[in-house]
Design a protein around this ligand. Structure first.
Ligand code: URP
Ligand code: ZN
Ligand code: ZN
Ligand code: ZN
Length: 544
């Protein structure tokens, strides 16, 4: 019998702290040994990948992926049909060097969704309906504070399902919690050692800036975006200036501090948000943050990209929080990647098709009629929206695709340019997500005993840079925000538990190769399981 199934020779093996040139032996899906060289007889029967000159990194872990989320609410409560299921979304992940994804089982306010266990079982059925190319786990989105459910079900989610993280919203009408409700859920999460993820945007600020109906009718309210006819996709960003994230991050930090709950801010997109996180970290509070490629590669200018600022097609770039106003914010976000403000770098892959009735193009434009035939904003659907005279950007599903481009974008924008080291790349994209979400060292490490998950890159000299087009990607989305962008590298191999699933531009794995991951409590977050007597936390007595 062969001693190893797979051998990777002479690669530059990168961990979150070191780079060393060595050879890796894999058997039964696990890393067994790291050595200088193998004797020829040890290599008999093994597949050998020559990684001379290449970076061998632990497989990417994308901890923020929306797949199969319900049309009723969409990933954010705004409707819209999530166009990737587990089959297409995970295939896209594999092609981009990612071997683990964590997706969202989403509670709604419907009575049938009161039970979180019901929500998870229903979501799991969707994953099982197709299977996955890569390993996967679930977060739970909680939008209610039913005391009995929190009391009885959080522990079952942890124990039986290995769901050790929940996401809470400060915005979106159908998902947001009040401060008091947030405290209820965070308190339950803390007691169960579950990590709390926060979507930090101030929903009231957004609505106040956007919608005229919110005000009492005593005055005409002509100053709001919608009353001024500022409803094109571009104005989505103006309805969410950086202060919207700034206020919400500060408030969530204070709420978490009150009850000593560690928190992780998802998709931080502004320099202000990053600065607030940094300040809390400097105070010694257990505050963590995620950022995403769109905040480094898009700005408000991209919301004006197509033909005219009022063109429907700019809806392709709508996500929440929006990209930052200009590149000066991006410089500060890069600093946050380098100095540890950002713990993880995820995609927030949130796939909607553009040319689809339940996809991106929904809304009214001032000059929509004159654009008939020129863009995709034609036909019955547009007519009915015009008749309803409703706001446009408010109705457009939020979110952009990016599970496949996540690692290549970080490589192109930050590793190739020398802004981050290869070790930092691994920390942000694999090791920290594994630790943060209770998967380490099974995932996120190249050590004996860890799963043999790898992404292998040949450095730029051996790689022709190229311009990306959407037809190169494997998602079920008819566009990419990065169309035409020059990429300096792309993964040569993606390997899942010893099996090559992506090689030289071709998918080699099968749907069903991926396994469900039961996760444990976070291995990164401090103070999750034990209450400490910390004078900065005013209500530590809660846990006595
Ligand atoms: O616009 C975004 N980010 N949509 C996805 C849903 C979310 O809030 O993560
Ligand atoms: Zn969110
Ligand atoms: Zn008013
Ligand atoms: Zn998201």
């Amino acid at each position: 019998m062969a001693k190893f199934d797979l051998i990777i020779t002479n690669g530059k093996v990168v961990s979150a702290s070191d780079i060393s040139t060595c050879c890796i032996g894999v058997k039964d899906g696990k890393i067994r040994t790291l050595v200088d060289s193998f004797d020829p007889e040890e290599m008999e029967g093994a597949r050998v990948i020559d990684a001379q000159g290449a970076y061998v990194m632990p497989g990417g872990i994308d901890a923020h992926v929306h797949l199969c989320q319900d049309l009723k609410t969409g990933p954010h409560g705004l409707g819209g049909e999530c166009s990737d299921n587990f089959e297409t979304g995970s295939k896209s992940a594999a092609a981009g060097g990612t071997t683990t994804i964590i997706t969202f089982a989403t509670q709604t306010r419907a009575e049938e969704d009161r039970s979180l266990l019901h929500v998870v079982k229903a979501y799991n059925a969707r994953a099982e309906a197709t299977g996955s190319y890569v390993d996967y786990g679930f977060h739970i989105i909680i939008v209610r504070n039913d005391a009995d459910v929190l009391e009885e079900e959080m522990s079952v989610l942890m124990k039986d399902w290995g769901i050790s993280s929940c996401k809470l919203f400060l915005t979106y009408e159908t998902q947001r919690l009040t401060d008091s409700q947030l405290l209820d859920v965070m308190f339950a999460a803390k007691k169960n050692s579950m990590t709390t993820m926060i979507h930090a945007e101030n929903g009231d600020m957004i609505q106040w800036l956007t919608v005229k109906q919110l005000c009492n009718n005593a005055h005409e309210c002509s100053e709001k975006l919608e009353s001024k006819g500022m409803v094109a996709p571009y104005y989505h960003a103006l309805s969410r200036p950086p202060l919207v994230e700034g206020e919400a991050t500060n408030r969530a930090i204070a709420l978490a501090q009150l009850i000593q709950n560690p928190i992780l801010f998802v998709h931080v997109g502004s320099a202000l948000g990053a600065a607030n996180v940094r300040r809390a970290q400097t105070m010694g509070l257990p505050v963590y943050a995620e950022t995403c490629p769109q905040y480094f590669h898009l700005t408000w200018e991209d919301l004006k990209r197509f033909h005219s600022p009022t063109c429907f097609e700019n809806s392709k770039m709508i996500c929440s929080p929006p990209p930052p106003p200009d590149t000066s914010d991006q410089e500060e976000l890069f600093v946050g990647l380098e100095n540890g403000t950002f713990t993880i770098y995820s995609s927030d892959h949130c796939p909607f098709r553009y040319d689809h009735p339940n996809g991106k193009p929904s809304g009214v434009l001032e000059d929509a009629a004159s654009m008939e035939g020129e863009h995709h904003c034609t036909g019955k659907e547009l007519q009915s929206l015009l008749e309803r005279k409703q706001g446009a950007f408010r109705l457009i599903p939020n979110g952009i695709p990016g599970v496949e481009t996540r690692l290549p974008l970080l490589y192109t924008g930050a590793l190739s340019t020398g802004r981050i080291t290869p070790q930092k790349f691994v920390e942000l994209t694999s090791t920290n997500p594994a630790k943060l979400y209770g998967l380490y060292p099974k995932k996120g490490a190249i050590m004996p005993g860890s799963d043999a998950d790898f992404v292998i890159w040949h450095p730029e000299e051996a790689f022709q840079s190229f311009k990306l087009t959407n037809d190169m990607l494997h998602h079920n989305v008819d566009y990419t925000p990065y169309e035409g962008m020059e990429f300096s590298n792309w993964p040569r191999y993606t390997i899942l538990r010893g099996q090559v699933i992506w090689e030289d531009g071709k998918i080699q794995g099968k749907v069903g190769d991926g396994e469900y991951l039961k996760r444990g409590p976070s291995q990164l977050v401090r103070g999750v399981s034990k209450a400490t007597k910390d004078p900065r936390c005013v209500a530590g007595w809660l846990y006595e």
